[in-house]
Structure formats: structure tokens, C-alpha cells
Design a protein around this ligand. Structure first.
Ligand SMILES: [Zn+2]
Ligand SMILES: [Zn+2]
Length: 132
């Protein structure tokens, strides 16, 4: 049990400092004790349930994790799967509206925009031109 708490703390610390969302494999590599993946997954489940860590799913079923203290702001490319984390938050107006409309105390939010990065958008346009 003591060991489990250590893994939890290590993961939380890494994610609080990190700007990008990381998957379980990337997290395992960054923990000095090098826990196995199942230990990391168990820790992430505990951390997520208690709100210390947030998760987001970009593609298929793979989860990425980020700090429970932060809001999630992501821009992802559908074709090359590049993930950009942005910090400028556009949601304060919306939050105020939701607060008033539903009498909710908003604690956090997650914004995920899907699209095409400039390289992939160019490649797509080129393919379209070649088709015709
Ligand atoms: Zn791309
Ligand atoms: Zn925000």
C-alpha cells in the first residue's frame, strides 16, 4: 500500500509540472522507480477518481492524462495526431452563462478541438487536386 501511494504521488507531481497530456507509457518512463504499466494504470484510476488527475481521449480508446489542477485545452490534428496544448482560455464568458443558467459552481472544464494542422491541410488539398 505504501508503494502504491508513492506511485500516486510521483504521477501527480509529474503531471502538475507538465504542460502536455501524457499517456500511461510516457508516465511510466518518467517515474524513477520504473513501475510496470499495470501499476501505473491502477494509480491513474485512483488519481482520476479522487480528482487529482484528469484524462482526455484523443484517438481510439487511448487515454492521456493531465493535472487535476488544470483545465484542459487541446487542439488535435485528425491526420498526423499532433496534439497541441494551448493556455489562452476562451471560456470565461461561457462559464458565466452556465453558472447563471444552471446555478452551477463550475470547477473545471475540458476543451478539445479537432482539425488539421497546416502540413496535413496542405497534403489533403493536394490529394483533392490530384483526384480531379
Ligand atoms: Zn497533421
Ligand atoms: Zn479554459
Amino acid at each position: 500500500m505504501k508503494h502504491a501511494a508513492m506511485t500516486d504521488d510521483a504521477i501527480e507531481k509529474i503531471l502538475d509540472k507538465e504542460d502536455k497530456a501524457l499517456d500511461a507509457g510516457e508516465l511510466a518512463e518518467r517515474i524513477p522507480e520504473r513501475p510496470d504499466l499495470s501499476t501505473v494504470y491502477r494509480a491513474l484510476k485512483r488519481l482520476e477518481m479522487s480528482g487529482r488527475v484528469n484524462s482526455v481521449t484523443f484517438f481510439r480508446a487511448k487515454k492521456h492524462y493531465y493535472s487535476g489542477k488544470k483545465n484542459g485545452h487541446f487542439l488535435v490534428c485528425q491526420d498526423c495526431h499532433e496534439i497541441i496544448t494551448f493556455t489562452r482560455c476562451p471560456s470565461s464568458v461561457l462559464e458565466k452563462e452556465l453558472k447563471e443558467a444552471f446555478s452551477y459552481m463550475i470547477l473545471s472544464h475540458k476543451l478539445l478541438f479537432r482539425g488539421l494542422c497546416p502540413t496535413c491541410a496542405r497534403a489533403r488539398a493536394k490529394r483533392e487536386r490530384q483526384k480531379t
